[in-house]
Structures are given as C-alpha cells and as structure tokens.
Design a protein around this ligand. Structure first.
Ligand SMILES: NC(=O)c1ccc[n+]([C@@H]2O[C@H](COP(=O)([O-])OP(=O)(O)OC[C@H]3O[C@@H](n4cnc5c(N)ncnc54)[C@H](O)[C@@H]3O)[C@@H](O)[C@H]2O)c1
Length: 358
C-alpha cells in the first residue's frame, strides 16, 4: 500500500482489520490514503477473497490471518477495525476489549440488543474504548444541515420528514435478518436523527412489510413515527426494494422550523425562510416565503470513514471518548430494537420502556 513519509515524532497507529468483504474493500481503499495508520494484520476467513484483496492493494501476504485471536495475540495492535457481519461484532469486540485493545466497529453495533449491551458492559468493565463508525455523520450535506440547525437562524425545529428509497440487492448475512433495512440501514438514519436534534426519542411506532414484488427475505420497507424529547415529531419512510426514482444513501430530509424549512434532497441543502409577516384584510397574519436559497456545503478535511478512523486514532492516543463511542451509540442502536418491538407488538414503544436499555 503506498504511504507518505511519516515524521519521527508521530509513530503510526498499528491497526488490525477484520473482514475484507464488500465494506472491507472500501475500508482498504480509505486506509491506503490515511498516513497515520499502518495496517499490521488483516483477518479474513475466506482465503480466496483475502488473496484477491491482498493483490489488489499490494499488501504483504504475511499480514493475512484466518484466525482473529491469533492475529490479536501475535500483532498486539494499537486498535482493531471490525468490518465483519454484525453477528461477529460481539465476540470480536469483547475479545479485543478484554485484551486491552480499543475497537472501531462498523455499524450496526451488533446483531441484537442483548449483544449490544454485552459490548457496552465489556467497554465499561475494561475501560477500553469501543467506537462505532457512524460515518454518515461525517458527510458534507449532513454537516451543512447540522450547522444551519445549530445556528438557530430558523428557530426551533417542529417536525422532520425523512424519505429513503433504494433498490438494493444483497445476499449473505442480510438474508438472515428479519428486518434488513431497519437493522443494517436505518441505524444510520436513526443515528442522524439524534445527531441533528441533539435529543433522544421518547416514543416510537412503526410498521414493516415486504412488497408484492419483494426480492428480500425479510421486511425491506418501513414507516416509523418517532417523538423526541422536546416535542419534535419525526416521520421516517424507507425501502430497500424501491421501484423508480431513488434517493441518495443519506435520504431526503425536510426540517419544518419556526421561521422556515431546511431541506436536504439529493445531497443538496436548501433553506427557505418565512420572514415578513403582514396582516390580511380580514386581520389574519400572512407569511411570505422567501425564494429557496441553496446552502454551500461545508468543506471537511476528512469525510466519512477517513474521519471516523482519524477520530478513533486520536481518541485512543488522547484517552478521550469520541462522539460515537458505544456509550452514546447504544442509544441509536436501541432505536432499532425498539422500532422492531413496535413492528412485532403493533404498539407504540414509550420512553419508560426505552429507558430499560440505558
Ligand atoms: N457504513 C456503511 O456505509 C456500511 C456499508 C456496508 C456495510 N457496512 C457494515 O460493514 C459490515 C460488513 O458488511 P459487508 O457488506 O462488508 O459484509 P460482507 O459479507 O461482504 O463481508 C464480511 C466479510 O467478513 C468475513 N468474516 C466473517 N466472519 C469473520 C471472522 N470471524 N473473521 C474474519 N473475517 C470474517 C467474511 O468472510 C466476509 O468476507 C457490516 O456490519 C455492515 O453493516 C457498513
């Protein structure tokens, strides 16, 4: 892997990575551009696939391991990156934490709420960092919306509408999930809701289904209504079995605020202010909507996974807790499982029940 020169004062961060599949391929591409990281081992149980990836990225075959435990013991890395299927995250996270090695895990935290709580408990018990790579937070359109909302220029947010539509075909671990969209994708959008609003859900009601033409084994479409503390109402509709026009991966978001709307659509951000208040002849107030204004996207020194790995390395070195450490991420993760509880019971899941996961 091509590397730039590293200064003597900055030893590179020795990373062990596990899982070289679809997302592992993306991570290898990202890591090849991150100078501060040195890949010291890559664990992949599928040796044929590992060979392909090693050739593609010009990696030394000696760095390939088929056993995660052997690699952890032999290489004593500064941190591990888990890009394995969700059901592997619990045992692999706990093994690293108990060996004193910090973990950066792909979302979702785990394959069940119970496993997620076990990872949280291990991180608390050992005092070792466990962070989830919620890379959607670190995308320019998302950061731009966050900046507009936080500026307060549009006043309080009242409600949010989110639409996400993709036509996605996947096999493998996705076939084992009863709710593939909710577990493997909506976690990003749920995490963004908490990020944008800076508050927690107070109640959740949802439905999930398969369309008549569905190619997914589990339910690939959902509609969820969420109330957040502070009173913001969110309506979320998503599908991985879309026909026709698709949204971006971020989805389309509309924030209804006191003084106007913020819209993120096709990864473009627009603000439309409602400013002048005039009296109608009948004495009713009338509001004028200004022309929609396109907002220039913020520039980020590092985006997406390049930003999450940067945060991870810095947090390990500084002994800090990054924003998406498991202690925070458990609250995004529990939204997934409370949504599923609502699907399965047909009931609204309210704050008292939500708080049992804290
Ligand atoms: N952030 C994102 O945008 C994003 C996108 C896609 C996937 N992901 C996440 O990345 C993770 C992996 O997804 P994927 O699509 O790459 O799956 P995948 O099935 O394509 O790849 C997983 C790889 O892990 C390997 N593996 C399984 N068990 C292992 C073990 N014990 N040790 C070493 N290797 C093992 C498999 O052989 C496979 O090659 C999932 O958690 C998924 O949700 C994140």
């Amino acid at each position: 892997m091509a590397r730039k020169q590293q200064t003597a004062s900055e030893p590179r961060f020795r990373l062990l990575m596990a899982g070289l599949g679809n997302m592992g391929n993306h991570w290898l591409r990202v890591l090849s551009g991150v100078d501060e990281v040195e890949l010291v081992a890559a664990v992949e149980v599928n040796s044929e696939l590992a060979r392909e990836r090693f050739e593609q990225y010009h990696l030394d075959p000696k760095l390939h391991f088929t056993s995660y435990e052997d690699a952890l013991r032999a290489m004593r890395p500064d941190g591990v990156l888990l890009v394995t299927p969700p059901a592997e995250h619990r045992p692999m996270s706990i093994a690293a934490l108990e060996a004193g090695v910090p973990v950066l895990s792909e979302k979702p935290l785990a394959e069940s709420m119970e496993s997620g709580l076990e990872i949280l408990a291990a991180a608390e018990r050992t005092g070792v960092l466990h962070m989830v790579s919620q890379d959607y937070r670190y995308r320019p359109p998302v950061q731009t919306v966050k900046r507009v909302l936080d500026s307060g220029e549009l006043g309080a947010v009242g409600s949010v509408t989110v639409q996400f539509f993709k036509s996605l075909i996947r096999s493998g671990f996705h076939d084992t999930l009863a709710y593939p969209l909710t577990i493997d994708m909506s976690i990003h959008h749920f995490d963004l809701m908490r990020f944008f609003l800076g508050s927690e859900p107070a109640s959740i009601y949802g439905r999930a289904w398969r369309n008549p033409w569905d190619w997914w084994v589990g339910d690939s479409s959902t509609s969820v209504l969420l109330s957040f503390t502070g009173g913001v109402q969110v309506s979320y509709t998503g599908s991985w079995c879309a026909t026709g026009r698709e949204t971006t991966w971020n989805g389309d978001w509309r924030f209804e605020c006191e003084h106007g709307v913020v819209i993120m659509q096709d990864d473009r951000v627009t603000v439309q202010r409602r400013t002048a208040e005039t009296g109608s002849p009948q004495g009713y107030p009338q509001y004028l909507n200004e022309k929609p204004q396109r907002v220039r996207l913020v520039r980020m020194p590092a985006e997406r996974q390049a930003e999450t790995i940067r945060q991870f390395c810095r947090a390990v070195r500084a002994g800090d807790r990054p924003p998406t450490a498991v202690q925070d991420n458990i609250n995004s993760f529990r939204m997934v499982w409370d949504t599923i509880r609502s699907f399965e019971t047909g009931q609204t899941v309210v704050a008292d029940q939500l708080s049992t996961h804290r």
